[in-house]
Design a binder for this molecule. Structure first.
Ligand code: SF4
Length: 496
């Protein structure tokens, strides 16, 4: 994408302008030499304190549209200096986008800001839900639907987190292997036979890390509240490997009263024996993810399982008696239609699953779908936007409420990912992690430990190597001393 920035203020960096562009142009690149018909130019100037002039021109091929904002603005609540530049630029950008594309963005010009975290921040400071909705709508140009969704989600989270203290934490265990690679996925996971041969060695190293992490949690005096085994596809492991992995977790951390989740993920990896191994080790929650129940769409997105395999896996899981089963769907998939999306939703509701997560297709650079060619997916995402709206209303009607929500860059239609739940079945791990509410220790390739300060104003991130080869050859775990030093900055009473 051709990008021209004339920023005469001291606010906002080039990266901010790029991320703003992605709201209307998901998946665009800003590298020199990258061929694209798309165009954006920005002009920004401060004429007096908090008085910003912004001019934005957006283009596609020969077509151009301009947006303009000038003058002062009084936000609903006091904001920092950056806000005034963001606001003027955002408003001019949205005006240009509406003129060029014929539609507005549901999340306004919000980028790089977690809407639910923001809503919770204001709730904690005594603002009413109505005031926060007005603030989102007026100051950030978020639609009433999305403002209300953010506040509703924040209110549920506030309740969920009431008894989560500053010493509470989560644990994430990563299995970055998948049976095959889906076209839309940019997740670093491994899906060929040569790499599958690494699994036994990977498990050994992972169990060593889990043991060290369990010891660290104990020495830091923290209390584990949620465990999530994710991927990739953890159910790629056979039942013996699952028994070993879960046995290792159970003997190294205190699982009493802990929310315990296992992502079965791909239906084609699910067997009765594996799910029995999962539940017999104390796991109460699993996820089985069809993304769609249309075989045609599954083929389009290179997801190598059938709808039948999903229904079979769901039947096994329902029969075994998990407390909570989640199914992920994706809105905006290529080849999907209003009819097939709605049918997918009816199918997962009909199975009685307690959690349904509706994602929106995100076009990542690494995903092979991005390179398939024009017209394969709808980058403007009208269908995705309509699908998430439909899902919200239909799920509400079926008794589900939104309990976590996040947005990603490069999402078609600028829509969001929302986790819905039946009453009392919320997944705590998702909220601790997505909202960066509590420390989450991570083990395994591609995972990231996040130590969160008691006031949640400081986070120390520690990433394990992305690739299993590197993970196996390096000893890069977070050390106890480093974790202790981080928390000691905030605690009067240090642990031993
Ligand atoms: S199963 Fe999930 S993690 Fe694995 S390739 Fe497909 S989308 Fe990516």
């Amino acid at each position: 994408m051709k990008l021209v920035i004339d920023n005469r203020t001291r606010y906002l960096n080039d990266y901010y302008f790029q991320t703003l562009c992605l709201l209307y142009f998901p998946g665009e690149k800003f590298k020199e030499g990258f061929e694209s018909d798309n165009y954006a130019s920005f002009f920004l100037e401060e004429t007096a304190e908090h008085c910003i002039t912004a001019r934005v021109v957006l283009g596609m091929g020969e077509r151009r549209a301009e947006g303009y904002f000038e003058g002062g603005y009084t936000p609903s609540i006091p904001m920092n200096d950056d806000f005034y530049a963001m606001n003027a630029l955002g408003k001019a950008f949205l005006e240009a986008g509406r003129r060029l594309f014929g539609f507005g963005l549901p999340w306004g010009y919000i980028t790089g800001l977690r809407p639910v975290k923001r809503a919770k921040y204001y709730l904690d400071r005594g603002y009413s839900p109505e005031e926060i909705i007005t603030l989102f709508e007026r100051d950030y140009e978020v639609t009433n639907e999305k403002s209300t969704l953010s506040v509703e989600t924040a209110l549920i989270q506030q309740k969920m987190l009431e008894d989560i203290g500053e010493n509470d934490c989560g644990l994430y265990v990563s299995i970055p292997f998948c049976p095959t690679r889906c076209d839309y996925c940019s997740f670093v996971s491994y899906s060929n036979q040569r790499l599958f041969s690494l699994i036994p060695e990977y498990l050994e190293k992972l169990m060593k890390d889990i043991a060290e992490t369990g010891e660290m949690i104990r020495r830091l005096g923290m209390r584990l509240r949620a465990i999530y085994i994710g991927g990739g596809t953890p159910s790629i492991l056979d039942e013996h490997q699952i028994n070993r992995l879960l046995g290792c977790i159970n003997s190294n951390v205190d699982i009493s009263g802990v929310e315990y989740s296992f992502e079965a993920g791909r239906p084609d990896t699910v067997t009765r024996e594996k799910l029995l191994a999962v539940i017999n080790n104390g796991v109460k929650r699993i996820s089985i993810n069809p993304q769609t129940t249309s075989d045609l769409v599954l083929r389009q997105i290179g997801r190598k399982h059938s709808a039948k395999q999903f229904f079979e896996a769901a039947e096994i899981a329902n029969g075994i008696g998990f407390d909570c089963i989640n199914a992920d769907l994706i809105a905006g998939l290529p080849g999907d239609t209003e009819l097939s999306f709605r049918q997918s939703l009816e199918d997962v509701i009909g199975l009685g699953f307690s959690n349904i997560t509706v994602h929106t297709l995100s076009i990542k650079n690494a995903a092979s779908m991005r390179f398939i060619g024009d017209g394969f997916y709808d980058p403007q995402g009208e269908f995705a936007r309509e699908s998430v709206e439909y899902a919200r209303n239909r799920l509400k009607g079926a008794g589900y409420s939104p309990y976590y929500l996040y947005r990603q860059k490069n999402t078609v239609g600028n829509a969001e990912n929302t986790g819905y739940t039946l009453p009392g079945k919320e997944n705590l791990y998702n909220v601790l992690m997505m909202e960066e509410h509590s420390t989450v220790f991570a083990c395994g390739a591609g995972s990231i430990t996040k130590l969160v300060s008691p006031k949640r104003d400081d986070i120390l991130r520690h990433a394990f190597p992305k690739y299993p080869f590197e993970y196996l050859s390096q000893d890069k775990g977070l050390g106890y001393d480093e974790a202790k030093a981080f928390f000691a900055k905030f605690r009067k009473d240090e642990t031993n």
